[in-house]
Design a binder for this molecule. Structure first.
Ligand code: FMN
Length: 469
């Protein structure tokens, strides 16, 4: 039987859900399913906006038939040619032989590539800002290239202020009866899927999404009808604000997420301890993920949400551990920007993962990689705790408001750490850092540095050092 939802006086949702599909685009896990949305206007002319994936075609055709009754289908608008929205165009043409297809020339070309039916005789070609009237309703077509295929266009219905946004503003998750975003708890149940859908599917194309948002800003949008997920008719600004953040690569939360790639658990151990130290410094809502266990799409989404990311990896055959390497390439492919990043490397004989991780990350724009790093030689040792503290301090200083000042004040109360400069070569001995390579632990006061300690750069003794002014 049909599963149709009336959206407006003459507008019906005639899409369908798929809760069996394991991987959307054969990549992204969708435990909450997905909906393929299609919209049918019953104006003086009948107009269908997009079709659906092959897997749900039976429900879809039943829905159209139920709404149309004896009426013909006059027009199909194809907003883009990804097969999850247009797999059944050929079957639609067989069922409704007189249907005209409204599309742009790029879409027309792709229809020829995907199908064998004669598109030219039924195509109604529209260009930027062209309008089409179905009777009481007028639609304006606006291109949205690379959101997220090159031929994409969206359509704006001006009488009711409805934006048919193609894949923009879509989400993973099947429609569970409630088709409107204002009927569900978006923050609790849906926002993670909105973010994961956007960042993984469209995240690479921030510039193009910004261009679409600029075009949309000039419209009085009262309803957004995307091709996946919920329809928005209230608090539309909330979703647009998220799109502004995601498409400008602005972190949503001042928060730390830690990703690790670990074979035997020692890198994981260091990450757990670091996460604990961050919590001690007042960092809240920390998240930690094993890159081998959590699907990369969730980590991409977390990376777009959080301002700070720690990458920790074992060295593997002179490279980065496999799951971490894949994740880093994935992040690079999604153009991640404007983050503060920290590195922990591990290796039993020749640790190289830190350098290699930095190589990939430094190909990305506008990120800061903290100087404080940690190298593990197989496992974290108690004498490295000071270095881990320094890393935690550096991260906390840029996440927790007021943290740095607090630490400075503490330093003053305790008699702050001093620095001593080698008069011969300029090497600086910092009491906070010590000289762990030569047996002087971080935090060692100058007077406690052994008298036989020598400058690690030029070899002169302590007597050749002066306190930094
Ligand atoms: C297949 C394999 C290849 C490895 N290759 C390297 C390497 O090239 N250089 C190195 O220093 N360590 C190498 N290691 C050692 C691990 O990086 C090292 O034991 C590390 O401490 C593992 O960290 P984990 O306990 O977090 O898994 C390799 C380990 C395995 C299993």
């Amino acid at each position: 039987m049909q599963f149709v939802k009336k959206i407006s006086e003459e507008l019906y949702w005639v899409g369908a859900n798929d809760r069996r599909l394991a991987l959307f685009e054969n990549v992204y896990p969708i435990p909450r399913g997905v909906s393929y949305n299609s919209y049918l206007w019953t104006d003086e002319k009948t107009v269908l906006f997009d079709t659906v994936d092959k897997a749900v075609s039976h429900q879809f055709f039943e829905n159209i038939q139920a709404v149309l009754g004896d009426r013909p289908l006059d027009y199909l608008v194809v907003t883009h040619m990804e097969p999850d929205h247009c797999a059944v165009i050929d079957e639609l043409v067989l069922r409704y032989p007189n249907v005209k297809i409204i599309c742009n020339t790029k879409i027309q070309g792709l229809i020829k590539q995907f199908f064998d039916f004669d598109i030219d005789s039924r195509a109604v070609i529209v260009k930027e800002k062209d309008t089409f009237s179905s009777g009481k309703h007028t639609f304006t077509f606006v291109s949205a290239p690379m959101v997220h295929w090159p031929e994409v266009m969206v359509a704006y219905e001006s009488t009711e202020g409805i934006l048919f946004s193609a894949d923009a503003f879509g989400t993973f998750g099947a429609i569970n009866g409630n088709i409107f975003a204002d009927e569900v708890n978006i923050d609790r149940d849906w926002m993670d899927d909105y973010r994961r859908y956007y960042t993984n599917i469209v995240g690479k194309y921030g510039v193009q999404v910004q261009a679409l948002l600029k075009k949309a800003a000039g419209l009085d949008i009262k309803m957004i009808c995307p091709l996946h997920g919920l329809i928005w008719r209230e608090n539309i600004g909330e979703l647009i604000e998220k799109y502004q953040l995601w498409s400008s690569y602005t972190p949503e939360d001042a928060a730390v997420t830690l990703f690790y790639g670990s074979i035997y658990g020692n890198t994981e151990n260091a990450v757990d301890i670091l996460a604990g130290k961050l919590a001690d410094r007042g960092v809240k809502n920390i998240t930690v993920y094993d890159a081998s266990v959590t699907h990369a799409s969730y980590l991409i989404s977390e990376a777009f949400r959080c301002s700070h990311i720690v990458f920790a990896s074992a060295t593997y055959n002179n490279g980065i551990f496999v799951s971490m390497e894949n994740l880093l390439h994935d992040l690079a492919a999604h153009n991640l920007q404007n983050r503060t990043m920290a590195i922990i490397q591990n290796g039993s004989w020749s640790p190289a993962s830190g350098r290699l991780m930095k190589e990939i990350l430094s190909s990305l724009k506008n990120n800061t990689i903290l100087e404080e790093e940690l190298t593990l030689k197989s496992s974290l040792k108690p004498e490295q705790e000071q270095s881990l503290d320094a890393l935690a301090d550096a991260i906390a200083a840029s996440v927790v408001p007021g943290f740095e000042n607090e630490k400075k004040d503490e330093g003053k109360e305790n008699g702050s750490m001093k620095k001593y400069v080698c008069d011969v070569c300029g090497y600086v001995y910092d009491e906070a850092e010590g000289d762990p390579d030569n047996g002087v632990a971080a935090g060692t006061k100058w007077e406690d540095v052994p008298e036989d300690w020598v400058c690690p750069l030029c070899g002169v003794g302590k007597d050749q050092f002066s306190e930094e002014a």
